[in-house]
Structures are given as C-alpha cells and as structure tokens.
Write a protein that binds this ligand. Structure first.
Ligand SMILES: [Ca+2]
Ligand SMILES: [Ca+2]
Ligand SMILES: [Ca+2]
Ligand SMILES: [Ca+2]
Length: 437
C-alpha cells in the first residue's frame, strides 16, 4: 500500500512529465501508442489520462478509496488526501487538455510542421557499443549484435559455433562466424558441413600405373611384373631372374614388366623356358656339301665325308669299309669298319647306357667278344656284354663338352671248330655338346 504522501507526489510529477512529453505528432500516426494509463484522444490528438477509478469496476476494494492520477491510480485509506504541489513550480498543474503545439516527442523532430522520426544511427546520436550495430526504429533505435555474436552485458561476444558440433570433421571458430574443415583426403560437401571422400584417382593422383580410390585416401598399384616402390607411387620392374635360377633352362633375361628365356645358338626355345637343339640336318640349315653327310649334334651339326675309308680299306656302302682278306696289308687289321655317329649332352649320369652294339653277321658256333679297341685313353667308357651278339657302351665318368670321342668298338669272333678268328670294328664318333641339354 502506497500511503506515504511525499513520495506519492513525486510519482505523480514524474508521470505528468512523462505524459506531456509523449505527445503525438499532429497527424494521426498508427505507430503512435500511448504509455500505460493513457489513451489516444482523437479530439485533442494527444495522449489523455485514463480515469481508472471510473472505468475499472471496484478498482479498490474494501475500505480503500480510489484516487485517479496521471498514468495510473492509487488505492488509499479513505482518510488519506492528496496535497497539490505549491503554485508556480514546474509540473504543479495537471493539464489534461493540451491544445497548443507541443514539441515533438523524443526520437522525433519537427519538419515542416510534422514530427518525423530521427535516424539516430545515421546521425551518430546513438550509444551503441563499437561491437554493436545500430538499428533505427520509429521514435528510437536499438543496439544489436551482428550475426554470429551474442550480447553479454553491453558487449557483443562471438558465438563459438564449434561447441555445437556443426562440422563433421573439424570446426574452426572465427569472430562472427565459423568454418568447417575436412581431414586430408576429404572435401567439404555442398552443405559446408559434411565431408566427402576425394576421388584422387580422378584428380591426377601421382600413381605411375594404376590407381584405386579408397575412403579417405587412395592406393597405387602396379601392373603384373612390377612392384610398388617405397614411395607408394612409382612402379619398378621385378627382376624375376634374380628370384630363381631355375626359371630358364639356359639364361634368363629381365625385361620391363616381364622376363624371357634365351637359348644358346643352335637351340630353339621350347615352352618359353626350355632349350631344344635345332636339327639342322632336318631343317635344311646345315652347311654340308653334296659329298658329305649331315650329322646333327647338340647345339650344332657336323658334316662328315661320305667316303671315310682309308687304304687298305675300300668302301662297300655308305658307312662300311672293308679290308679284303686277300690283301697282305689287311692281315692284322679288322675285317670291316662301320662308321656310326652319335650326339651326347654334357654331364650325363654316370653308368648310363650310351650305345648298343649288335652284330648282324652271325656265323654258327662262333663266340663273340666285345671291347673298346681305341679312342678311350682316359677310361670314360666301358663295354658291358649283354649276350653273344650284343653289348652296351656305358658311360663310366662324367663328361663335359664340347668334346669329341672316336671310339673303335671291336667285336672279336672266334670259331673254335673251324679254328677261325675275325675282328670287325664299329667306329663310333661321339660328339659331346657344351650344355646339359
Ligand atoms: Ca564464431
Ligand atoms: Ca579417396
Ligand atoms: Ca622384369
Ligand atoms: Ca643341332
């Protein structure tokens, strides 16, 4: 209850001043509103006090008496009374009907007999902080923070948007704003918040050969025969030849992205890694003349004279030379010499069978014995007799070519009944090639 007299008058005076300064512009203005306790008076065109004691039923209850005053009313005990201000003091009278032209309300200025709004922002008549923005309003102005700032006290403080997890990856707060950033390998999506994978393969990734895009990064890969370098981008040739010495039968040649096998001269590549002797005698690439016979060897060929018989032997067929028993010079010599040729690779397994001899002339009751007559000074071979008419030449030592043997394999026939002994020779030329193939 407000029953103290002096303060009450002060309230009334201040309300009166408020009322008199809130005059409306001369022309009706829909924006013009009266403060509480006043209402617009169409006749006088200014705010007029409302007598609440008349308009509000039972404004004061019980023993309280209603006292109207400018801008409000009071409920006081019935014994209370209002003491007016002394005459002559400002605000001492309570005008309720002002017809004289008033100065324009605060925030307005008179222009050509009208009150128009003052743009305090433009005329630097505001008291906004340097961090604030001034917004002009009808009859006033307001100080607001720019977007991205919030008001704390009288200052505008930057909003730390990063606290609200706006960004998928990284958030960078800046005064008045923020920005999202993505981890390497990602780029900002159209919404400026999400991060999407960068397809580095389509953007010139430095892969030398193949590129595979992955989430967040990419991988370089290499063609077959290449391996990825330590830098992860370049591809370097795999030296397959360095891996194994068994890739090629003869020689491995490393090439970019692959390898190949080569063979020595006289051989041809078979199934990409083996070397097979070229049979020059069959392919017609030999160099033998009309009077010669071509003998194929491992890695080459030989041309032997068709006539290989030396006196006192005479030739009776292509390979056969005979020494006639009627000649004295033939007495201690083998009756016949038959020429045979064979080719052999280097380092054949020791004790392997090399050549089988079989006689074609069988005299009944004869006993045949086989031996190496000449050509094997170092004992590289021996003869294993199979039966009375055949024997096998066996390799006794490891032989490395190129080497050439001319072995005289002799068969001695003894006929005890007829007391007759004869000898025939198979002259076997063995060409040992340089290689094991
Ligand atoms: Ca910010
Ligand atoms: Ca990627
Ligand atoms: Ca290679
Ligand atoms: Ca050959």
């Amino acid at each position: 209850m407000r029953g103290v007299r002096v303060p009450l008058l002060c309230v009334c005076v201040s309300l009166l001043l408020r009322c008199t300064t809130s005059q409306a512009p001369e022309e009706r203005d829909s924006h013009m509103e009266c403060t509480d306790g006043y209402q617009w008076d169409l006749q006088t065109e200014h705010c007029k006090d409302v007598n609440e004691c008349e308009t509000i039923p039972e404004a004061c209850k019980g023993e309280m008496k209603c006292f109207n005053h400018y801008g409000g009313y009071l409920c006081l005990p019935r014994s209370a009374s209002i003491i007016p201000d002394p005459p002559g003091q400002p605000g001492s009278s309570f005008p309720d009907d002002v017809t004289e032209p008033y100065p324009c309300p605060l925030g307005y200025e008179s222009q050509g007999g009208r009150c128009v709004d003052v743009d305090e922002c433009e005329h630097d008549q505001h008291n906004c902080q340097p961090s604030q923005q001034c917004f002009n309003t009808q009859g006033g102005f307001s100080c607001q923070c720019p977007e991205g700032y919030r008001k704390v006290g009288t200052e505008c403080i930057d909003v730390d948007e990063c606290r609200y997890r706006y960004c998928q990856h990284r958030c960078v707060n800046v005064p008045g704003s923020f920005s999202c950033q993505c981890e390497p390998g990602f780029q900002l999506a159209g919404n400026n918040r999400s991060c999407i994978d960068v397809n580095e393969c389509e953007m010139g990734a430095p892969c030398q050969q193949r590129c595979t895009n992955t989430y967040g990064t990419f991988l370089c890969r290499c063609e077959q025969g290449y391996e990825l370098g330590a830098d992860g981008f370049t591809c370097k040739d795999i030296d397959e030849c360095g891996f194994s010495s068994f890739l090629c039968q003869f020689q491995c040649v490393n090439k970019p992205g692959k390898f190949s096998c080569v063979c020595p001269e006289g051989y041809q590549l078979q199934r990409a890694r083996l070397c097979q002797d070229v049979n020059e005698c069959e392919t017609g690439t030999h160099t033998c003349t009309e009077g010669q016979t071509c003998v194929n060897t491992n890695g080459g060929h030989r041309c032997v004279d068709n006539n290989r018989c030396q006196a006192p032997y005479t030739q009776v067929s292509n390979n056969r030379c005979v020494c006639s028993v009627t000649k004295a010079a033939c007495r201690d010599l083998p009756l016949s010499i038959v020429h045979r040729y064979m080719s052999m690779t280097s380092n054949r397994t020791v004790l392997s069978d090399v050549f089988q001899i079989q006689t074609t002339s069988i005299s009944p009751g004869a006993h045949n014995a086989f031996r190496i007559r000449s050509g094997d000074d170092r004992g590289a071979f021996y003869i294993r007799q199979i039966n009375n008419i055949s024997a096998m030449l066996v390799l006794a030592q490891s032989v490395t070519g190129p080497k050439e043997y001319i072995l005289d394999l002799e068969m001695v026939s003894i006929n005890p009944i007829l007391n007759y002994q004869s000898s025939s020779v198979l002259r076997l030329s063995i060409y040992v090639g340089q290689y094991t193939f």
